[in-house]
Design a protein around this ligand. Structure first.
Ligand SMILES: *Cc1c(COP(=O)(O)O)cnc(C)c1O
Length: 364
């Protein structure tokens, strides 16, 4: 292996050599005026691993990888609906770095650093500016909160990207959470298999598997992200017994079609990643140009249910502005309900009747 090849496969080299400036990108492709304008705006966090940048079609300004990685001028055009913190995470944060929205699970934000700063980031108000992990004091406080709330049985470690931390720093966090007796399941949300797949090393996987049951959710948004490198990273995690889920965000101009979504879920199950959520794009400030109508998500679901394997179908959710949590949205399959029957339709639009049990029967 040449020195360059060795570097290419080294996740730390990828991280340290992220493309960040107009000059960095201009050395690889001809930038559009909109991209140049956005790259000169210091209020945007920009960072792209050479690996993820290598997936960009440099001749196509609409390339789905490019549009997730390089900002556009549109990011600074406000939308009347924009909110800095659409999910009210700051309000629902009882201690630093922890969001407690649901009764039995919490979100623990362990870093604000990523391998790639996604242009559609919902947490863009805070991610990418201070590239430092959670402090020991804040971690201790957050773990204390979890310890004192015995209804918390599921801890979701996220960020930023937790897999920007080194193995030791990450293990310190996981170990502390695992030491709380009532925490049944630990989850990690990471985009590393997509944005820096070399982060998934033998050492990392050996460390993670000590803390089962451990689940990981990744974020593939487009079939072009499912490369041999990404597939290998997912295989290493899956081989360690870690169930993998995927959270896709519906993004205008990137993956806003039934055909792309269908190809994506089929490719995901081939690499043993189960589609988990399909998200309606949040109303975070600066990402309005990515939003699609909710009817598109419903149409995608309509074309998946019944048409393909059940385990390849995600749940379409709207994460509600104001902090109401994720609300699942389904096509309408129940046509009518009476005391003795429900009338339902199948994926082909054929109508069926399901007779309800006679409540008098049990009185004999
Ligand atoms: C999404 C989210 C969770 C996890 O929700 P699930 O539906 O269980 O995947 C937990 N806490 C917060 C604050 C979230 O935004």
């Amino acid at each position: 292996m040449s020195i360059l090849e060795q570097n290419w496969h080294d996740w730390r080299w990828q991280f340290a050599n992220r493309l960040r400036t107009e000059a960095d990108f201009a050395s690889l492709m001809e930038l559009t005026d909109s991209e140049k304008q956005a790259l000169s705006d210091p209020s945007f966090a920009v960072g792209v691993t050479p690996y993820f940048a290598s997936l960009i079609n440099v001749r196509n300004p609409a390339c789905p990888i490019r549009r997730q990685a390089i900002p556009l001028g549109a990011e600074s055009i406000p939308d009347i609906h924009d909110m800095a913190d659409p999910l009210a995470e700051d309000e629902m944060s009882p201690v630093n770095n922890l969001v407690h929205r649901y009764p039995d699970r919490v979100l623990l934000i362990v870093t604000e650093t990523c391998h790639v700063y996604c242009r559609h980031c919902t947490r863009r108000r805070r991610v990418g500016f201070e590239e430092k992990p959670i402090s020991r004091a804040d971690l201790a406080n957050a773990v204390d909160y979890i310890r004192q709330n015995s209804n918390i049985r599921d801890v979701l470690i996220s960020g930023g990207d937790p897999f920007t931390l080194g193995d030791q720093a990450l293990e310190e966090i996981i170990k502390a959470v695992r030491a709380v007796p009532h925490v049944e399941v630990i989850r990690i949300g990471t985009r590393a298999p997509v944005t820096n797949p070399f982060r998934i090393t033998v050492n990392l996987v050996q460390m993670l598997r000590k803390y089962h049951p451990l689940w990981i959710n990744v974020q593939f948004n487009h079939p072009a992200e499912i490369t041999p490198e990404a597939s290998k990273a997912c295989a290493m995690l899956a081989d360690a017994g870690i169930p993998l889920g995927n959270q896709t965000v519906l993004l205008r101009g990137i993956n806003d079609s039934v055909a792309i979504q269908k190809e994506l879920v089929h490719k995901l199950v081939q690499i043993r990643v189960r589609p988990y959520y399909l998200y309606q794009c949040d109303i975070a400030a600066g990402i309005g140009h990515f939003r699609t109508p909710v009817s598109l998500g419903i149409e995608v679901m309509e074309q998946l249910y019944g048409h393909t394997s059940g385990f390849a179908i995600p749940t379409f959710v709207v994460d509600t502005p104001g902090g109401g949590g994720k609300i699942p949205i389904l096509p309408q399959y129940v046509l009518c309900q009476t005391p003795d029957k429900v009338v339902i339709r199948n994926y082909e639009g054929k109508i069926f009747t399901y007779p309800l049990p006679n409540s008098k029967r049990n009185e004999v």
